[in-house]
Design a protein around this ligand. Structure first.
Ligand code: ATP
Length: 217
C-alpha cells in the first residue's frame, strides 16, 4: 500500500490508538495536542508531533494540515474545540475528515459541517461487543446497508475438508464468498476446487438474515 499522510488531532486514548495502528502500517502520522505532556508521550513513536491549539487557524496552517490526505479529529469531551477544529479543517479544504463524537447532538453538528466519517467510540464498540456475543463465529463485519453486510465468519466445522463447489453456498445459503482468510493471509482468487481447512475464515457478502443462518451453523 502506498504511504499516506495522516494527521491526528487530540492525543487521548482514541487518537493515540488510531495513530499507532497507522504508524504500524508504515504511514506518516502527525500527532497534534494542546498539552505538552501528551505530545512528549508520543514524540518518539510518531513521524511528527506538535503542541498546538487546533482551534487556531494559524497553527493548523503552520503545520501544513491542509496537505494531509486525511485528518482525524480525536477531541471528544471539549465539544466546542472539536467543532471549531472541524470547521477550520473543512474551510482549509482538507480532503477527508474523520471525527469522534461523544453524543448524538455532537455527531449531528459534525454531520452538518460535512465530516466524512463520524465515530461514536463507546456506542460503536458496545454494538460490536453485543454482535460478538450474539454471533461468536463472526470475527469482523462491515454494514453495507440496512440489510446487507460483509462478514468474516469462522468456517463451520462440518464444512472442513470440503471445497466451494461442493458447498455451493450461493444456492444453499444465499451468500457469496469473496475471500478466504487462512493463517492471517487473505486469499482473494479462490477456485471452486479450493479445499477448506479448520480455522479458515470466509469473507462473505449477503443479506443479514442469511448471514446469521450461516454463522449459527
Ligand atoms: P480519550 O477518550 O480518547 O482518551 P480524553 O478523555 O483524554 O480522550 P478528550 O477530551 O476526548 O479527552 O481529548 C482528547 C485530546 O484532545 C486530549 O489529549 C486534549 O488535550 C486534546 N485537545 C483538546 N482540545 C484541543 C485543542 N483545541 N487542540 C489540540 N488538542 C486538543
Amino acid at each position: 500500500m502506498a504511504k499516506k499522510q495522516f494527521a491526528v488531532i487530540g492525543l487521548g486514548r482514541f487518537g493515540v490508538s488510531v495513530a499507532r495502528k497507522l504508524m504500524e502500517a508504515r504511514h506518516d502520522v502527525l500527532g497534534i495536542d494542546i498539552r505538552d505532556e501528551k505530545v512528549e508521550d508520543v514524540e518518539q513513536y510518531f513521524t511528527h508531533a506538535a503542541v498546538a491549539d487546533a482551534t487556531e487557524e494559524k497553527a493548523l496552517t503552520a503545520l501544513g494540515v491542509r496537505n494531509f490526505e486525511c485528518v482525524i479529529v480525536a477531541i471528544g469531551n471539549d465539544i466546542q474545540s472539536s467543532i471549531l477544529t472541524t470547521m477550520l479543517l473543512k474551510n482549509l479544504g482538507v480532503q477527508k475528515i474523520i471525527a469522534k463524537a461523544v453524543s448524538k447532538r455532537h455527531g449531528q453538528v459534525l454531520e452538518k459541517i460535512g465530516v466524512d466519517w463520524i465515530i461514536y467510540p463507546e456506542k460503536d464498540m458496545g454494538e460490536r461487543v453485543a454482535k460478538q456475543l450474539l454471533s461468536p463465529n463472526v470475527l469482523n463485519y462491515i454494514e453495507l446497508s440496512k440489510e446487507h453486510n460483509i462478514e468474516e465468519i469462522k468456517l463451520p466445522v462440518k464444512m472442513v475438508g470440503k471445497n466451494l463447489r461442493e458447498l455451493n453456498l450461493r444456492a444453499k445459503y444465499n451468500i457469496n464468498v469473496i475471500a478466504l482468510v487462512r493463517d492471517g493471509d487473505v486469499i482473494v482468487s479462490l477456485s471452486p476446487e479450493h479445499s477448506l481447512q479448520q480455522d479458515d475464515f470466509l469473507i462473505v457478502i449477503g443479506n443479514r438474515k442469511d448471514l446469521v443462518k450461516f454463522s449459527d451453523l
